[in-house]
Write a protein that binds this ligand. Structure first.
Ligand code: GLC
Length: 477
């Protein structure tokens, strides 16, 4: 079938978006925890990177070396940036040393401050979509942080006396601002270094993070207490913020202990809301011990997990699937990644998982899961629309703008990935209609795949995964 015809069919599928969006305002309560922070965002050009290197006489050899994915020196921060620029990839490295953070602040600066952290981003998106009520956890809520929340009455946090209040209005003035550096770069931009020209193959970002509270998954007691009260009702919990943990933390405790503390808190919250759906967004967890711990201990307790292509490959690496991880890394196609999803599905026993890759979203779930394949597809379509709006307009800060991308078609790239996945399913399970319907099911599993709308020159990409995962889930009704 011609690609134009396939697009037409998907245009018809996508027409359900307004109705799905309306359904989101029927949701009774959602908790988004744990990490919110301030993102200092800057768009950087190849020539600016060249200038930084020459102005500060940075050692080019060090900058081009492979090394640890963490920032201990100024060179490390630029090394990470170059690596991402060169590969067109997204990575987040932790900044160990406050001095390096101060150097970045002084010498690179930022264009704007915006809501950061999966927890904060998800809370804003959910509140804008109309979810009633959204409870957002913050490790720190100085005014600078609170003002990055949407100014909406349905978005709440706890105030200094432990009462629920509009998140935008909260002033826990003794708290410290937690700032992450988001350095974005553009496709086709070039950078000359060590006599070689590097061309950036895909617009993306590098994140340098200095965040002493979220580094140890600090949990606000007052918030936790409020969530455990019988009067707090919710249908979903979206968990994130574990990716900054390390095997050993400064104060002698381990990252694993912090994970356990959080699981206990979540169990308390759920006591009065046992039917709630628990989703865990895995994010880019650099520390392999923690990554494995999360896959072994948190993913199996979750009703749903979400990851992008890189994060999936990272999971494969720690569950004894190095060969497949290598193959996915070399050829990051939907068919290879789907094989990876099957492995993670089996390994964790988690009943629903979603991959958001470039061009395609894929959900794999147990047959008969409480969200039907069609509900999933509609949620994923809505997510594709809103993600495209975010990329195309730069911000999704009013309800009215959410469906800005409604007149756009799904991408060629997305359809190619969908075809690739459909072929894979033919090999594994036999004939299927995936390309046209986006749905395949057999006795054991249900697979839902949705090609996405791609925006040529995205204004922003940060927070895309969080937006996609949460809308795909909560918009699936
Ligand atoms: C990570 C970053 C945060 C960013 C978020 C987007 O949590 O630390 O700064 O906002 O990813 O997904």
């Amino acid at each position: 079938m011609k690609i134009e015809k396939v697009k037409e069919i998907w245009r018809e599928h996508f027409s359900s978006a307004p109705e799905q969006l309306k359904k989101m305002s029927e949701v009774n309560g959602l908790i988004s925890a744990f990490n919110a922070n301030i993102d200092a965002v800057i768009k950087i050009s190849g020539s600016r990177i060249e200038k930084i290197i020459s102005d500060f006489k940075l050692d080019t050899e060090l900058l081009l070396q492979e090394g640890e994915q963490s920032i201990n020196t100024v060179e490390d921060s630029i090394r990470g940036l170059i690596k991402c620029f060169k590969g067109g990839i997204a990575e987040e490295w932790l900044i160990a040393d406050k001095e390096v953070f101060d150097w970045l602040n002084e010498n690179i600066g930022y264009d704007k401050l915006q809501m950061g952290g999966q927890g904060g981003i998800v809370a804003n998106v959910m509140a804008t979509c109309g979810v009633n009520d959204v409870y957002v956890h913050t490790a720190s809520s100085p005014v600078e942080q609170s003002k990055l929340f949407q100014n909406l009455p349905n978005l709440k946090n706890v105030n200094p006396v432990g009462e629920l209040q509009k998140a935008f209005d909260i002033d826990r003035s003794d708290d410290v601002p937690l700032i992450h550096w988001i350095i974005e770069f553009d496709i086709n931009d070039t950078l000359v270094i060590g006599g070689k020209t590097i061309t950036c193959p895909k617009s993306n970002r590098f994140i340098g993070t200095y965040d002493p509270l979220n580094f140890r998954l600090a949990i606000d007691e007052a918030f936790s207490k409020k969530m455990s009260e019988p009067s707090t009702k919710f249908e979903y919990i979206i968990l994130s913020g574990y990716q900054m943990l390390k095997e050993k933390l400064n104060d002698g405790i381990t990252g694993a202990e912090r994970v356990e503390v959080s699981i206990e808190a979540v169990n308390q919250w759920r006591k009065n809301n046992p039917e709630s759906i628990l989703h865990f967004e895995i994010a880019s967890t650099r520390d392999k011990v923690i990554r494995k711990y999360l896959v072994d201990n948190l993913a199996p307790k979750s009703d749903s997990i979400g990851f992008n292509e890189r994060e999936l490959i990272d999971i494969l690496e720690v569950i004894g699937e190095q060969e497949l991880a290598g193959r996915c890394d070399k050829e990051t196609s939907s068919s290879n990644l789907f094989e990876g999803m099957l492995k993670v599905f089996k390994y964790t026993g988690c009943e629903r998982m979603q991959l958001h890759m470039f061009g395609l979203y894929v959900t794999l779930q147990k047959k008969g899961y409480r969200i039907t394949p069609m509900q999933n597809r509609k949620g994923m379509q809505l997510a594709a629309n809103i993600a495209a709006t975010k990329a195309g307009t730069g911000a999704i800060d009013s309800h009215g703008i959410l469906l800005w991308s409604m007149d756009k078609d799904v991408s060629d790239k997305g359809i190619r990935e969908l075809e690739d996945l459909s072929n894979k399913l033919s090999n594994l399970f036999g004939e299927n209609e995936l390309v046209l319907s986006g749905i395949f099911e057999n006795e054991e599993i249900e697979i839902i795949a949705v090609p996405t709308i791609l925006i040529d020159k995205p204004i922003t990409l940060v927070g895309m995964g969080d937006t996609i995962s949460s809308i795909s889930l909560v918009g699936a009704r």
